[in-house]
Structures are given as C-alpha cells and as structure tokens.
Design a protein around this ligand. Sequence first.
Ligand SMILES: Cc1cc2nc3c(=O)[nH]c(=O)nc-3n(C[C@H](O)[C@H](O)[C@H](O)COP(=O)(O)OP(=O)(O)OC[C@H]3O[C@@H](n4cnc5c(N)ncnc54)[C@H](O)[C@@H]3O)c2cc1C
Length: 420
Amino acid sequence: MSVTQHENEKSDVVIIGAGIIGICCALKLVERGLSVTLVDSNAPCQGASFGNAGVISPWSCVPQSVPGLWKKLPKWVIDPEGPIFIRKRYLASFLPWGLKFLQAGKIEKVEQIGDAMMVLSNRSPSHYRELLSETSELELVKDSYYIFAYKKAEQASFDLFGWQMRKKRNVPLSLITAAELQELEPSISPDFQAAILIHEQARALDPHAIGKGLVSKARALGVKFFQSKVKFIQKDENVWVTNCGENRYFSDKLVLAAGVWSASLLRPFGYDLPLQAERGYHLLCQNPGITINHSIMDVERMCVASQMESGIRIAGTAEFAGIDAEPDYRRAFVFKKALKNLFPLIDVEHAEPWMGRRPTFPDSLPCIGPVSNLKGLFAAFGHSHYGLGQAPNTGQIIADCIMGKKSGVDLTPYRIDRFK
Ligand SMILES: Cc1cc2nc3c(=O)[nH]c(=O)nc-3n(C[C@H](O)[C@H](O)[C@H](O)COP(=O)(O)OP(=O)(O)OC[C@H]3O[C@@H](n4cnc5c(N)ncnc54)[C@H](O)[C@@H]3O)c2cc1C
C-alpha cells in the first residue's frame, strides 16, 4: 500500500496508549521539541492507570517472583478469597507463563531484576512533582510512608528475603511497635503488632486526575490527542502508519505504550510475548468515616489501603482469566473484610468496585527501548505492579532513545527480545 498522507499530518512521534506510561512519554517528547500524537481508544488514563493503589515508590526493587514463593502459592490459589486467583478455564493458557514466572524468581536472577527495577523507580516522587509543576494536580502527590503492617510482631523481620533486597539497596527502612503504629495511624486495628516503614515515598491522592492533569499539560505544549482504536500498525517505506480504520496516523517514530494490549499489536511482526493480564481490583469507600495518613499494606492479605481524595481505596489481587474476561467484582468485595480487619471502625457501605489489567511479564520488568529489527518502533509497556511509579523514568528513557541521546541507562534488562 502506498502512503497517502492526507488523512492526518505526519508527526515526529505517534504514541499508542494514553495510560500513565504513554502520557509520560508524550510529555517528555514534546518537552524536547518534537511533534507528538497520542492515540487511545478511550479517554486518557482509563486503563490500569485509572484505579491503582497510588503508591509512588522510588524504592521498588522486589519483583513479584522471589525464591521460595512457590511454597506459598498452593495455599493462596485454593483460597477463593486469597490474593491469587486463576480461573479454571484459563488454567491451561496460564501454565506456561506461570512456569516462566517461577523461573524468574531464582536467586541468580532476582538481584539483577531488583537493580533494573530500582533504575526505573528512582526519584519517582520528585520526578512527578517536576512534571506536575505549575498544574493544580501538583498537590495530589503527597509525601507518605509505605507501611507494611503485621499482626504477629515476630513476622516483621528484616531477615525476610524482600527486606534483605531492600536493605542491600539502601532503601530507608524502620521497624516500629504497635504503639508507634497507632500513633501514625490511629484508625488501624490494635491487632497489628508491628510494622516496617519504607520512608521517603509518596502516594497519589487521585491517579486518574494526575494522568488527566499531565495530558492537559501535554496538550497545552502541543501534543495532539485522538480517541481512536488502533487496528494494526505497519511500516510503509520509512513511515510508520498507525491504522485505526477510518483514521490513520503517520510518524517517523512509533511508541507502543498500550499496556497489556501492546503484545497483540506486535504479533503480526512475529513477536509472541509472554505478557499477561494480571487483573487487579480495588474497592473505593466513599464515606469511610475514618481517615488514614499513609499507604498501608496488610502483609497477610497482600492488599494496600490508601486515603484518596474520593475516599479510602483498597487495592490488590492477581486474577488470571485472560484480557477480555468479564470482571468478577466478588474479588473486589472481598476487600470489605480486609478493610474491617485493618480499620474496625470503617464504614464500607458505599463501596464501588473496579478492575484493571496490570501488563505483566514473568520477570516483573517492562519492555523499554527500540524493538529489534523494526527501525523507528519503540516499546514502553509491561510495567506490572509498578507502572505509576516507573512512568516518569520510562518517559525519559524513551525520549532519550528517540532523540538518540545516551541516557546512561543500560537497556539490556528491558530488551524485548529477552524472552526468545
Ligand atoms: C489494582 C492495581 C493496583 C496497582 N497499584 C499500583 C501502585 O500502587 N503503584 C504503581 O506504581 N503501580 C500500580 N499498579 C500498576 C499500574 O497501574 C500499571 O503498571 C500502569 O497503570 C500501566 O500503565 P500503562 O499506561 O502501561 O497501561 P494502561 O493504563 O492500561 O494504559 C494502556 C492504554 O492503551 C490503550 N489501548 C490499548 N489498546 C489500544 C488500541 N488498540 N488502540 C488504542 N488504544 C489502545 C488503552 O485504552 C489504555 O488507555 C496497580 C495496578 C492495579 C491493577
């Protein structure tokens, strides 16, 4: 097909996906003086980026798969209210990915993965503040502790593998008693006997509003946003064509930031990526009757509660059911129990459920950088549990790649061909 460039003017860069990753890429690229078009089938920030737990950590360095995890899996998987759920019909499709996930948790791999995660998370709170400067959304990034709350004091031990990983990387941590925890969070149940704090963190009071604020800023700087579903991408001579049926967008460079949907757009080029929709849920209590001050992880139930502008949100769960399966909101309503367990006086009556799809590779790392053998195409997807925190650095790395600037970041751990 020959390219007719009448439909839409050519941009320097087209970005597919206006989740937090695509948005940060757009902002970083327009700030470097490039013309940028952002295309999404929805309004900006409606995917996983809409309803996450709001943790903005500069210290994320513990992947989901770690040595010894397999011992806990059977108990979690058979508990219908547990943190992991695999739909029966999806089990056969899930297994090959599950094996790769367990392999990624081998001791010889996790330390390198941890280092690569740290690079992407580095400075995330201040990075957001720079991006949001001069916008009213700046105040939606709030300094916070990340509190890991334990019911049994002896379980709050720095000897555990995850805390060892953090310690090796100089993450600022402290262990507090039940009384100190009560002082920080007066609404927490006295049943929680100890906590480990991660310091120098931030939390988003409204991840969706932050995304929208960044899009407004990007648009004011010249980024064009189009709401259109991308059917396929192709290269015509030296031009990338983003084909949405009636609309087509042309560019020298194309960034794939379509979250979990990115893999299907690459399949025609021979890529069969192990990108899983790791479906997570949240429950938002609009009139909780209490307030909390930090991000709080109930370590036993593996869910995170946080005060948002609109109420208290609790988020978690890894449900494997495929991308398109209908949400099972029972998994969100399970959080009512978790909330009551954490905060006995919370009112959970007016609670709204939500489901989003984390784009997850077995090694908890995203793909970032040039797509091998496809000149001008760049990957920026697969940020699993950490995309809110890792978005600003991802945007910066992508902008550096596209500008041909050396960023000082070794992109080897994020290469798209690492799964071959
Ligand atoms: C319950 C839960 C809690 C979480 N908590 C945290 C947290 O506390 N901290 C943290 O850092 N991370 C957290 N995460 C992870 C984080 O939300 C994700 O990693 C991040 O949002 C991924 O962003 P994204 O832009 O890649 O994907 P998305 O936000 O899903 O955006 C992808 C976009 O691509 C668009 N798209 C897809 N296909 C097409 C197409 N064909 N044409 C046009 N557009 C298309 C979609 O419409 C969507 O808008 C959590 C996730 C969940 C689910």
